[in-house]
Design a protein around this ligand. Structure first.
Ligand code: SAH
Ligand code: MG
Length: 197
């Protein structure tokens, strides 16, 4: 397992796959343990790194993870199989904005896909959050660019970063959810329903 993880880290570095930072996944794993989380939905599997680590917290954890890129999806399946987690991690090969979930709910929804779509992911998937569940979003700092979008020259990067800034505003002004912004790794947001505080 340790070896598989190292291999995945190496693959990610070589193929420019943006897997989660160490500090962030350690934080999330502690959160999973402390809150007795059993059922996880992840938007953005990439090669399975974060889903394998989250499922690894305890043997009775189940993860559903969604990935739209075929190469990464195939790599993800391979890694999950190697870690012997194919019974507990279900990988859905589809655009997360087109997936139809029905009659399920999750204790944790981890949003870690296209950063410009965060509001859409949040609005779509909040209905699948179990009572007392949490929505965690990764990369809210976006390598330190967030909060400085006016200074960015590249049009694409500027637009992406300003969408993350809009998402942060959306979370801060949200009527239903309270968000704690955690300054770990590339920045996490932990959103829970207000009436459950
Ligand atoms: N959670 C992973 C990293 C995910 S990187 C980890 O930390 O190990 C983000 C992934 O989201 C990319 O592989 C990208 O292909 C995928 N993605 C982006 N937008 C998506 C969408 N709308 N639906 C499904 N997957 C998406
Ligand atoms: Mg991420």
């Amino acid at each position: 397992m340790k070896e598989q993880l190292l291999e995945m880290e190496k693959y990610a570095a070589e193929h420019n796959v943006p897997i989660i930072e160490k500090d962030s996944i350690v934080y999330i794993m502690k959160y999973i343990k402390a809150n007795n989380i059993k059922n996880i939905l992840e938007i953005g599997s990439a090669i399975g790194y974060s889903s394998i680590l989250m499922a690894g917290v305890s043997n009775d954890i189940k993860v559903t993870t969604i990935e739209r890129d075929e190469t990464r999806y195939m790599e993800c399946l391979k890694n999950i199989k190697k870690c012997d987690m194919d019974k507990r991690i279900n990988v859905v090969f589809q655009d997360a904005l087109e997936v139809n979930l029905s009659g399920v709910s999750y204790d944790l929804i981890f949003i870690d896909a296209a950063k410009g779509q965060n509001i859409n992911f949040f609005e779509k998937y909040k209905y699948f959050l179990a009572k007392n569940g949490a929505i965690i979003t990764d990369n809210l700092k976006f390598h330190g660019y967030v909060g400085h979008s006016e200074e960015i020259e590249s049009k694409n990067l500027k637009s992406l970063v300003s969408k993350i800034e809009d998402y942060i505003t959306f979370l801060k002004n949200n009527d239903e959810f309270t968000t704690e912004f955690v300054n770990v790794g590339d920045g996490l947001g932990i959103s829970i329903r207000k009436d459950e505080k």
